[in-house]
Design a protein. Sequence first.
Length: 249
Amino acid sequence: MLAVVLAGGYAKRLWPLTLNRPKALLPVAGKPMIDYVVDKLVILNPRVSRIVVSTNLRFQSQFEDWMATRNGGGIELMPEKSLKEDEKLGAVKALADIVDKMGEEPVLVLPGDNLFTDSLEGLVGFFREKRASVVGLYDARSVDETRKGSNVTVDEDGKVLEFVEKPVQPKSTLVGAAIYVFPAGIGRRFRQYLRLGLNVDEPGRFVEWLCKQEPVYGYMFKDYVWDIGTLESYWAAEEFYSKEEGTLP
């Protein structure tokens, strides 16, 4: 299984913190945010055989410096193939390019700026059981938070009945965690989606479309997920993880 960590955004909502630094490299309890994500992927070895970090040209050197601190660790950096430093392809197009390049195998996709305490073991196991695309889910703390993400409705078997990105009127607080597992052959769906000229910036838009083409299932994370999109969520994650680190022997 290939794992792709999406870290190509400029995070303008977090300026000035991210004006000259990628959001995924912001420190949380003393270490870069992306380390929490990659550490969970390393545990899945050998099921996750390769880890690719997708970034933009502007922040490429900073990610190279970060990789040096991890002594490589089987991580490959793949900058988006944009023509200019400050341009970006969009997460969906970047992901499609990686899938095309790396070959036809299952793909686990995570944002480099979402923090969660659950293991990924359950998600991967659920994917192997269903043999179909899976999206991670969690219960948001408020309806306002749901509006900023994707509102999801599932049946008793976990099959997604409705997936609405950035809902105006959410039906519940069940939210997509922007963590996905796609089966081998998903490259064909990416190519179909891109030919339609649809949104290439938000992976949730691709999943919203995919749910209308084939079965997609939702896996519920037991604990909370921090989608670090605002200063408030960043400081909340910092507070939580600082306390957690403080309890370690």
